[in-house]
Ligand binder design. Sequence first.
Ligand code: URP
Ligand code: ZN
Ligand code: ZN
Length: 468
Amino acid sequence: MKTLIKNGTIVTASDTFQADILIDGEQIALLGRDLSDGDATVIDATGKLLLPGGIDVHTHLDMPFGGTFSSDDFFTGHQAAAFGGTTSHIDFVIQNKGHSLRQAVDEWHAKAQGKAAIDYGFHVAITDLTEDVLAEIPSLVQAGIPSLKLFMAYKGVLQVDDTTLFRTMQVAAQHGMLVMVHAENGDAIAELIKQHLAQGHTAPKYHAITRPAIAEAEATGRAIAMAGMTGATLYVVHMSCEESIEQLVLGRAKGFNVMGESCVQYMFLFEQDLDKPGREGAKLVCSPPLRQPKDAPVIWQALRDGTLQVVSTDHCPFWFDGSQPGRKPGKELGADSFDKIPNGVPGIEDRMGVMWHHGVNGGRMSANRFVEITSTNPAKIFGLYPRKGTIAIGADADILVWNPDKEYTISAANLHGAIDYSLYEGMVIRGGADQVLLRGHLLVDGGAWTGQRGAGQFLHRNAHAAIL
Ligand code: URP
Ligand code: ZN
Ligand code: ZN
């Protein structure tokens, strides 16, 4: 199977140039001017940009959480991703307490089996660090999973203590593994939740009030200090505010191997939106919570200047109305109290379009930087580069034929995942993928699904990945 993409402009993290792309099988075989091949199917990309497929390194598909499961599974989530221009993602395996890491990984492989339509990798979230589990950590490298996650919040559920954090970082540092943290002070938050509930504060806005920015900054600083003590490479997920980004700046200035991501929602939605009439605010409940409008320009600047290396989604959708037949329970679980609302928001389909429109069209970053933070850096940091994350000879042919003039309005009615609302309802976007290729196979062609359930492959990733 050969495909020739002609007359497009290739955009990588470093360069923008005109060239044709010949795909032979699943990889890019040739880049050059005026290429021809009688056996190849031709895609005419005149006037289009050719971008490497998006890589979303922070997703939760089919995840048990808050008394239910996230609504997207490994098929619906993958369809949504592909329509939005994301061709690979890395999902979080969650260790059940008392289970081995192997059991947890097997459970997640079973979730993806026969469903996956884009390529996917796993991080492992440790929740119960016994001596056996500690000894098991290095085996994850052989299993192609060189990244670990530790939750510093969600007390009594996912939260780990500082001993777990410290010992895990020591082992990770020895084996070239990356440690990711959800950085919020879960103990302080648990107390604040109790105190507000005692005062009868149950509305969605109290989700944000009980999780202040300083609780995120404190945990971020603590994790960075431990990375400094252990020599571990640290990646702080979903950084939402100026206060925690300041901690990252300090850690990087000290020369610690620390990196961070933010998520699209923190640049567009704010704490005040949680106070919408009725239970509307429940749609926006995620952790860390939405912050203040003053935080958005700080995040944009950090993404632009390299303080933050990646923009991801933390895609963890829950139905707004999960009581309808065929749906998993959703946000209605928290109808009576904010602390019962499943935490998480959808976003996997929107990331590339929203970031292109507001980032590149909005004059906040170049098209090259867009590629870097949505694809190249994720591939480099998480051990996938140069197989993924760029357009180069020998790389997987994960290519977006990107139409910079395509205009559309985001609406829940047009989304492809298992979700009944959008964070970005009514947002007008210019720029989107006309065609989406994964390893040379067309997943989306002019708005139509051409992908295949079960064709997505597990990404066996490398340890000792880049520190940016
Ligand atoms: O609210 C969120 N972010 N839900 C998903 C789990 C997590 O903390 O990333
Ligand atoms: Zn988190
Ligand atoms: Zn998450």
